[in-house]
Design a protein around this ligand. Sequence first.
Ligand SMILES: *Cc1c(COP(=O)(O)O)cnc(C)c1O
Ligand SMILES: [Zn+2]
Length: 414
Amino acid sequence: MKLVCIECGKSRRPDNPYPMSCDCGGLLEVEHDFRGADAERLKALFDSRIALRTGPYASGVWRYKELIDPGLEEARIVTRGEGNTGLYDCGPAASFAGVRRVWLKAQGENPSGSFKDNGMTVAVSRGAAAGFRTFACASTGNTASSLAMYAAWAGLRCVVLVPPGGVADGKLAQTVCYGAEVYGIEGGYDTGVRLLNRCGEELGLYVCNSFNPFRIEGQKSIVIEAAHQLDWTLPDWIVLPGGALSNASALGKGLREMKAIGLIDRLPRVAVVQAEGASPFHRMIASGGKELVPEPAPRTAASAIRIGNPPSWRKAARVLRETDGVTCAVSDEEILAAKRVIDRAGVGCEPAAAAGLAGLKKLAADGTIGKDETALVILTGHMLKDTDALRVAPDAGGGPFSPDELLARLGRRA
Ligand SMILES: *Cc1c(COP(=O)(O)O)cnc(C)c1O
Ligand SMILES: [Zn+2]
């Protein structure tokens, strides 16, 4: 295994995290050597681990260690049993979107409540193994919650930079409760990422933003686990929200590697959905542009994807080329309509997570996705993460009523 620059191809050993990008400015990516991999042997190994209830291989990420970080010593793994999330065949979501079948992959069921745990377990394990004691990130919320949780669990220091007023209350509370040092930063997420990228090494920080290539490796487990749950087949489409575009990059890499090894025999197409007010990647793809033009003032109620300058856009663009993928942008109204369907179906998710289903509906309506096709929609975060956006019925919380009044209201005649 080695780290390879996605721009110039220069490579180096994976043990030292710095510099976290190439001299040429390109992002680094983990390159595995899967030449000896045997799909049938791997499937049997992964199946055998399903029976485990404790230890690192009971994790829904580390179950797939051979595909994610084969070189890491087992004793170095920092895990909270992440992954192992539900995959729900959801009729109401399929009817809403206007396609044949929709599977919801509920990453909100992770220990800190979002898919960030899938990647963070690998980044923190690698950083601690390299001897770092202080971990840092810039975050719109869920990255901070996740990093704070793993740092607390492993007894490490955690520093997070957040856009003032730009993080949902629940996420901030979670981060503070886990013991992280939280700093607001002028200019928000995009400025925070730039600052950590430039000064992390000098400050002795192990930076866990998504340009950290090990997060991408861990996030691949979302599609690997979904394929395993579906007996090594996948639906026609994988649909997910895009902010920093790390997850689109990760899922695409996971698909490519599973296909190369022979774990799956067909590549699904990937659809990346952005919020209209924070959609620089969609604009670039739709206009046929070759360079991403950042959005200086990103706006959307879905705070987790309120990102104007997504660091991983080049990796995500490659995923679109390789999977014949597409992008689209949806309004906040469309996001909240999709969220209502997911909530009422009994699964639930935070607003950013609902962008995927909103995009699926839009792409099915304009014929990009066929009505007889099937989709796996990644629900990236938990319903209780962003309670600012929860809709409460106007008559909720009436009362208090006496027991007799209540029985009368519920329809019982005296
Ligand atoms: C981080 C996050 C996203 C965006 O993922 P990227 O990898 O930044 O594109 C979407 N939804 C939720 C809930 C998130 O926490
Ligand atoms: Zn390079």
